[in-house]
Design a binder for this molecule. Structure first.
Ligand code: SAH
Length: 399
């Protein structure tokens, strides 16, 4: 067990931590150099020497560590992790009992009481993501706790703790238990997804868009022409096709998107003749579509928060309005744009502002029809609302 190190919070930040804020920023503590090693358990005290909380030291781009417990007597051992995991499992009971959805987030970082750690569930297999070397140091305790608390087939891990929070991939991500088939077929609201648990940083589906995909299928797709930009493995296109869209077009820069998207259609028995999959930069595609006079009834815009390609860099917080203008120009009258972003550096208000500006600049009216943020399994700590990074708006172009 790592030993506990006594640390005094700077006076101007102690109130914030006492009120329940879960993240330790570098400025909260005078001298981090005393800590030396990530993974150390910190006992935080206020300026009058009163115990405030226990935390761990782990460096992420967000901060330097996370609060683990507000009880002085609580020891950070496998029992601690087991208690948190038990609560997390209980909170997601309905997911374990749902045969139509077999992939969900089982443990969502600070939302479940331990920042820097997420665990996803894929039909009995667990994928742990470690966001700092600090939390990775608790690996043995965490694996022991998982084995105690739930039944699973096997465990994989994703390590994202280089300086920029990027994935560190070298050898296999498989950790223990049974190996998953490649692909592993999971279900989401009755739809199949092929996922690959040992294929780099991403497994093939982003679970946080579950409700958005369902809404597209159940309420918006029927009879419509659908364009999916930044389509990755085409998850939105699969739902649109199953919802009865007239045709789908999926555009992504990555070459792998072609076989991956084809696979997702195929395992759902979807007729490939009416699905176009285009490997291209979306900004080039917009120009091409505009020139050809292509228009779509329903368009998904789900860019990465930051991307650099040979030709350009895209940053959601800087370029979203520009992106939307390109999309508005190829949206049919009364068509719907599903504007989505997972950028954590701005909130819903600002996102609505980007959308408003795009339509106003083009002198076109619009109406927001639906709004989504993270689904229930992506539990958010109310004291850390920044953790609710997902923002999705269904926007109708009027006239
Ligand atoms: N919407 C997807 C997830 C998108 S992930 C889903 O729901 O599954 C972001 C994707 O954007 C990646 O697949 C990446 O290859 C792609 N991408 C990044 N920049 C791009 C660009 N300029 N043009 C097209 N695709 C791009």
């Amino acid at each position: 067990m790592p030993k506990e190190i006594k640390v005094i919070l700077k006076k101007e930040f102690e109130q914030k931590v006492k009120e329940g804020y879960p993240l330790l920023h570098s400025e909260f503590i005078e001298d981090w150099s005393l800590l030396k090693e990530e993974g150390a358990v910190l006992k935080l005290y206020d300026s009058r020497g009163k115990f405030v909380a226990k935390a761990y030291y782990g460096v992420q781009n967000k901060g330097y560590g996370w609060i683990l417990s507000r009880k002085e007597s609580e020891v950070i051992d496998s029992g601690f992790f087991a208690r948190r995991f038990k609560e997390a499992v209980k909170y997601r009971k309905e997911f374990f009992n749902n045969t139509q959805t077999t992939a969900f987030r089982l443990f969502n970082g600070e939302g479940d009481g331990i920042g820097g750690l997420t665990i996803d569930y894929f039909d009995g297999f667990l994928v742990i993501t470690w966001y700092s070397f600090g939390i990775f140091k608790f690996k043995d305790e965490i694996l022991k706790a998982l084995q105690e608390v739930l039944e699973f087939k096997g465990i994989y891990q994703k390590r994202r703790f280089d300086a920029k929070g990027q994935y560190i991939g070298d050898e296999s991500d498989f950790l223990l238990g049974e190996k998953a088939p490649e692909p592993l077929i999971v279900k989401e609201n009755g739809v199949n997804f092929a996922v690959y648990l040992d294929d780099g940083a991403m497994v093939g589906v982003f679970l946080d868009q579950r409700e958005v995909r369902k809404t597209i299928r159940d309420k918006y797709a029927k009879g419509k022409t659908f364009l999916n930009t930044f389509s990755y493995t085409g998850a939105f296109s699969v739902f649109a096709a199953l919802g009865g869209s007239k045709e789908t077009t999926s555009v992504d820069l990555a070459k792998r998107s072609l076989p991956k998207t084809t696979e997702q259609f195929t395992i759902n028995g979807i007729d490939l003749n009416r699905q176009k999959i285009i490997v291209a930069d979306v900004f080039d595609y917009f120009k091409y579509a505009y020139k050809k006079g292509f228009k779509y009834d329903l368009i998904v815009s789900d860019p990465p928060s930051f991307a650099r390609s040979k030709k350009r860099t895209f940053s959601a917080s800087r370029d979203y309005t520009k992106l939307l203008k390109e999309i508005i120009a190829i949206t049919e009258k009364n068509g719907v744009i599903v504007a989505s972003t997972n950028a954590a550096n701005f909130g819903m208000m600002k996102f609505k502002g980007f959308i408003d500006k795009a339509f106003k600049d083009m002198k076109i009216k619009y109406k927001i029809e639906e709004s989504f943020s993270l689904p229930k399994d992506f539990k958010v700590d109310p004291k850390y609302p920044q953790g609710n990074y997902l923002k999705v708006l269904f926007v109708r172009k009027i006239g």
